[in-house]
Design a protein around this ligand. Sequence first.
Ligand code: NAP
Length: 281
Amino acid sequence: MAEVLRGKAVADQIKEQMKKDIEELAKEDKVPTLAIVRLGNNPGDISYERSIIKNCDAVGIKSKVYERDEDISTQELTELIEELNGDREISGILVFRPLPKHIDEEAIRNVISPLKDVDCMHPLNLEKIFEGNMTGFAPCTPKAAMEILKYYDIPLEGKNVVVVNRSMVVGKPLVMMLLEQNATVTICHSRTKNLPEITRNADIVVVALGKAKFFDEKYFKEDSIVIDVGVSLDEDGKLSGDADYDKVSPLVDKITPVPGGVGSVTTSILLSQVVLACKNA
Ligand code: NAP
């Protein structure tokens, strides 16, 4: 039976460090403050917002919600973000995505101050990751996957790691982070041929398709380590990862559960980046 790589222990460790950092900042009269920009009333966004605020309160980060109509114009949203960029009280800005279709996302990504860009939207922060500079703000999900690997002492140097995802929020930045740790990385996507053969030959497989229970036993071997980033609903309407957990966990060496794996670390990464932004201000 696989060792279950739970996210909670990882998130708790990040939170403990954050609390210490926040105490230090308090000595300089600095309070890390997150501005959350939410457009419209999507229930998913509201529930994510509640969870972020709860987590902020638990560690001592101040949060402020800027709720605007879904039909806000690109110009109006730009003005709001510029105001937050200039507000000395705000350390970090989180703009909920996906943005409404009529908004020019490219323009918004460029307007957010790179120094307050805790969700890594600005091209400059992404560029840093692609240059191998991991000292700035990283996209939260791939960073969460990396923190899990680090916490559980999973060596990366020289290991064959397969990432099944090539998006800018998950796969591409994750590949850069893995390369930085000297892993040998293969990136797969929907046009990849012989996927089971490729994943079966890897030491570590990161799956992030968003297709519940897609990966069954044929994709893995006994010593596979599976990092499951996917989150979607299965046919019974239950939250599920991309790996078919019941079939795969008896076979592989280690696996992250869904829920309770990568997703449970993501918010802690976001908040730790708010603290970093406050430190750097
Ligand atoms: P996305 O942009 O839709 O990317 C999905 C990727 O999977 C694409 O690269 C796609 O290939 C690939 N793919 C789809 N079907 C495939 C197949 N049959 N074989 C091989 N590759 C296939 O999604 P995303 O935004 O990156 O998110 C991916 C998943 O991660 C979703 O479940 C999302 O909910 C989850 N997620 C989780 C967190 C978290 O905190 N846990 C955060 C963000 C996202 P192509 O490029 O060829 O289309």
